[in-house]
Ligand binder design. Sequence first.
Ligand code: CAA
Length: 241
Amino acid sequence: MAKTALVTGGTRGIGKAISEMLQAKGYKVAANYGGNDAAAEAFAKETGIRVYKFDVADFDAVGAGLKAIETDIGPVDVLINNAGITRDAPFHKMTRDQWQQVIDVDLTSAFNVTRQVWDGMRERNWGRIVNISSINGQKGQFGQANYSAAKAGLIGFTKALAQEGAKKGITVNVVAPGYIDTEMVQAVPEKVLEGIIATIPVGRLGKAEEIASICAYLSSDEAAFITGATMTVNGAQYIAG
Ligand code: CAA
């Protein structure tokens, strides 16, 4: 029977590509989103994928969202913790709000969603969890103390859960994208972005589909022996920097 996949932040950017690829691979997909109704409606119309609006930073809202998904489609077998925001500022200008929003949406969200699908995966002895980190969680980035901390946190979270899920057929992995051609990256000031692209040996931004394909592989039965891993998809930027 087709498995149910939930992609948080699944209607735009990298998440949209992941939702679409999982659908193409035969999963029943639920795409969560936080606020952009117009984009979500367009996405649902274009793909036929059901969309669910809830705030991944709010544990109770996540619980209600998961209940709706389970009723409509089924219990979540595959979870892609993709939702994320940036609030970039050099640390000497960073506010408490900028810190807290990024920690809540990019890191605590993974607890909020994973915790509420974990027991079901344990009971069914099967689960796939992919946490979308970032090259900037691996190497740190000027202007992203908040984001780098949250994305590095996801790597530790993954390594702990991989050990806990192993005997229950649940794999937990990280995909750490480099700079991908999405709205989030296009929001970086042009001059700054040009400088970043110059440090990517492949010589271009990545494509969202190039992240989606590794997520789809990690969500498959074939990937059962890959757990606790961090897959870097960055055009060799990290090793060259
Ligand atoms: N390294 C060293 N110094 C830097 C720097 C860098 N990367 N970037 C800026 N600086 C310096 C500037 O030269 C400047 O120095 P002076 O005061 O001596 O002139 C100082 O820092 C302050 O710079 P600004 O006045 O430009 O500061 P700002 O507050 O206007 O903006 C910034 C700073 C927000 C960090 C801006 O540089 C920026 O947006 N940088 C890009 C950050 C980034 O890469 N974000 C990734 C977003 S995409 C994403 O997150 C997806 C993913 O996972 C990859």
